[in-house]
Write a protein of this length. Sequence first.
Length: 76
Amino acid sequence: MTASDWKKILKQLQVKPKIAEKFIKHNKPQERKIGIASKKCERCGRFGAHIDSYGLNLCRHCFRQVAEEIGFKKYS
């Protein structure tokens, strides 16, 4: 079961709180501590090409879009 499937089913179970509780207990995806899925871009949610330096938590695509606004300059 993918994370998106889990969210869809949970949305359907909102009218049945007891069944939803049981579903969450047994089917919730685990929180990742290491690996590529542990960090994701705060702006778009992408997992790969993550820039963690300076506490940015952005993927390289989003970084290119907002670098000048943040205060980075391109040298070349």
